[in-house]
Design a protein around this ligand. Structure first.
Ligand code: HEM
Length: 455
């Protein structure tokens, strides 16, 4: 009970099962139907739990600006513990987690990114040099493969990329397939996918134990994320165990892998599907940059590619791979809507905001269902009007730490592709597959045709 305060409206569904059924029918459908009726804030009862949705920039701002002591991630993302491992991220107290997030931030700082970009360029050039003069490819399959190769090099390190690649990728695959929708509610349910996940986690620990030990003993220092975790020190001088180093690596790998392959695929599909309108600006930018800086790519040159940046950002606006972000209210939490209504979200509610739904609001974006990269151009980029208009990378204190890494990687890929190939669609732009944990274009429907050329 909230004395003297008003809790959000609860959507009108049949008791016990109604909320669960509405939720299972798909959160996008639920939000589409509930928002016109209940407004920016409403609660869905799912069994004994209550999920309160915060829709649109005004109320989402409260979500992103909340402190961890007000809205916490641990309770809602704890299902990752068997995958990441013990003693890291969602398996530790707030203070330890804050220190570990400092380790993530250090591993993704711009001086480190400058080193990673060289590796991204090399991996992408080698990869596309194997494409023929003309042909058809499934973009999602190809770019996922390339991103695994790049992640192995930049995150997991030279030893894995050069000698243990296929063994480690198979294990990471089992770890990945071990995260199914059921895992969110029952992460330890005795199912085959979880059994394989646990076996893979153990085998990865054995491999990494040897690699990390060898680095610790030889004093070798490599330019990768693994090294930053080996070198990391808590404020009291202690360091991560080998298993925790692996846990941190898995967490970064999982944060960046599907999100980046999906976003690079949508960027290509949408730019190619709208090529008459979109490609001229992208190609001109590449030509201008090559004229000025030659053919090389590095951190600073990629940072100059604004048009390409907008093309990626617009793909992410239309199709953010993380369609819902979650927290748990730790205290009664007040929010105010754009029309000045005040609600208090009760303690214990799960709180959700949705990049996928918010990015299509027509009071925030003009023609929200159109792919229009130019909407982000100065002087009046559409996302800058309000704090939480663009939330594909989240925002506030838990905003994505890999944002620049992701842009660098995706821009490397598309810069190389634009300079060396022309494209056309084979079929239509696929629909998003909402059954996935990370939502991407429907697998098997991302075919494009390419022809080699020099821009
Ligand atoms: C296009 C690619 C990516 C997208 C769309 C994306 C999206 C997001 C989002 C929405 C969040 C916030 C989650 C929340 O508030 O609950 C987040 C957090 C995070 N991301 Fe990314 N991400 C991407 C790539 C990456 C990459 C490549 C890395 C690392 C190399 C990374 C590392 C992280 C980390 C460490 C966090 C946690 C930040 C925190 O909780 O303080 N991400 N990401």
């Amino acid at each position: 009970p909230l004395k003297g305060r008003k809790s959000p409206p609860v959507i009108d569904v049949a008791p016990v099962w109604g909320g669960m059924l509405a939720f299972l029918a798909g959160p996008m459908k639920l939000m589409r139907e509930a928002t016109p009726k209940y407004g920016e804030v409403f609660t869905v009862p799912v069994f004994h739990k209550r999920i309160t949705f915060l829709i649109g920039p005004k109320v989402s701002e409260f979500f992103f600006k909340a402190k961890d002591t007000e809205m916490s991630q641990k309770e809602v993302y704890e299902f990752n513990v068997p995958t990441f491992g013990k003693g890291v991220v969602f398996d530790v107290d707030h203070t330890t987690r804050a220190e570990q997030f400092r380790f993530f931030a250090d591993s993704l700082k711009s001086n480190r990114l400058r080193m990673y970009v060289g590796m991204m360029v090399k991996e992408a050039e080698d990869f596309f040099s194997k494409w023929g003069d003309a042909g058809e490819v499934d973009l999602l399959e190809q770019l996922s493969e390339l991103i695994v190769l790049t992640a192995s090099r930049c995150l997991l390190g030279r030893e894995i990329r050069e000698t243990l690649y296929s063994e480690v990728t198979d294990l990471v695959h089992d770890l990945d397939k071990g995260m199914v929708p059921l895992s969110v509610f029952f992460p330890y349910a005795p199912i085959e996918a979880h059994r394989k996940r646990d076996a893979a986690r153990k085998n990865l620990a054995k491999i990494f134990d040897k690699v990390i030990q060898a680095r610790r003993e030889s004093g070798a220092s490599e330019p990768d994320v693994l090294q930053t975790f080996i070198d990391a020190r808590y404020k009291d001088g202690s360091r991560l165990t080998n298993d925790q180093v692996l846990g941190m690596l898995i967490a970064v790998l999982f944060a960046g892998q599907h999100t980046s392959s999906i976003t690079s695929t949508w960027t290509g599909l949408l730019a190619i599907a709208n090529k008459e309108r979109v490609m001229p600006a992208l190609e001109k930018e590449q030509k201008d940059i090559m004229k000025k800086h030659g053919k090389d790519l590095d951190f600073d040159i990629l940072a100059k590619m604004d048009e390409l940046h907008f093309a990626v950002k617009e793909a992410l606006r239309m199709h953010p791979p993380l369609i819902m972000l979650l927290r748990m209210a730790q205290v009664p939490f007040e929010v105010e809507t754009s029309t000045g209504k005040k609600y208090t979200v009760p303690k214990g509610h799960i709180v959700a905001t949705s990049p996928a739904f918010s990015h299509r609001l027509d009071n925030v974006y003009s023609d929200p269902n159109e792919y229009k990269p130019e909407r982000f151009r100065e002087p009046n980029p559409e996302d800058k009007a309000q704090f939480a208009s663009f939330i594909g990378f989240g925002g506030g204190r838990h905003g994505c730490m890999g944002e620049t890494f992701a842009y660098m990687q995706i821009k490397t890929i598309w810069s190389i592709l634009l300079r060396n190939f022309e494209f056309e669609m084979v079929g239509k732009v696929p629909e998003p597959d909402y059954t996935g944990m990370v939502v991407g274009p429907t697998a098997g429907q991302c075919k494009i045709r390419y022809k080699r050329r020099v821009l």
